[in-house]
Design a protein around this ligand. Structure first.
Ligand code: NI
Length: 184
């Protein structure tokens, strides 16, 4: 059988309804889900993302992909796929600047755990556990939040959000009547 070429998925932008929703667990890793994961990985690399969560492409499922190191490892790609992930441990706290493909041109410092342990399923349905720190730990927490309808700007101070209000209103302006915001 000929291998299917992955597709570039359009990214949903701030204001989009799916970005604000709690995503549903995956009950079965069907071929359709596997194809979707291939597309999600492909789109993450095409868009130079550190990670990408299913709600960011309009699919309200508990799936995300991350690869925090590929751009400083001479393009070596090692995507981590997480299906129905759960954190088991959080350790210490640290602050670092974040961005998000769904919030173009917005960067803010966010406090998160410095180290985490996460478990979930990989694309083959096998149990996958990771002990992470640094950018990997941060990316896991950022992407996990997308599955609960949380964006990094929800984690910054009220005052900082007030300063971002104009930019955010500008971004959400292109949301259509169905709650879809592709801003193209
Ligand atoms: Ni994001």
């Amino acid at each position: 059988m000929k291998k299917r070429n992955p597709e570039l998925l359009p990214i949903r932008i701030y204001g989009d309804k799916t970005l604000q929703k709690k995503a549903e667990p995956v009950t079965q890793i069907t071929n359709e889900i596997k194809d979707f994961i291939d597309d999600l990985v492909f789109t993450m690399y095409e868009k130079d993302g550190v990670g990408l969560a299913a709600p960011q492409v309009g699919k309200s499922l508990r799936i995300f992909v991350v690869d925090p190191l590929w751009y400083n490892e001479e393009g070596e790609k090692n995507p981590v796929v997480m299906i129905n992930p759960e954190f088991i441990e959080f350790e210490n706290q640290t602050e670092f600047e974040e961005g998000c493909l769904s919030l173009p041109e917005i960067y803010e410092k966010v406090v998160r755990a410095e180290k985490v342990v996460i478990k979930g399923l990989n694309e083959k349905g096998e149990e996958a556990n990771y002990k992470a720190d640094g950018l990997f730990a941060r990316a896991l927490q950022h992407e996990y939040d997308h599955l609960d309808g949380i964006l990094f700007i929800d984690k910054i101070s009220k005052l900082k959000r007030i300063f971002l209000k104009k930019k955010l209103n500008e971004l959400s302006k292109t949301t259509d009547a169905n709650g879809v915001n592709l801003r193209r």
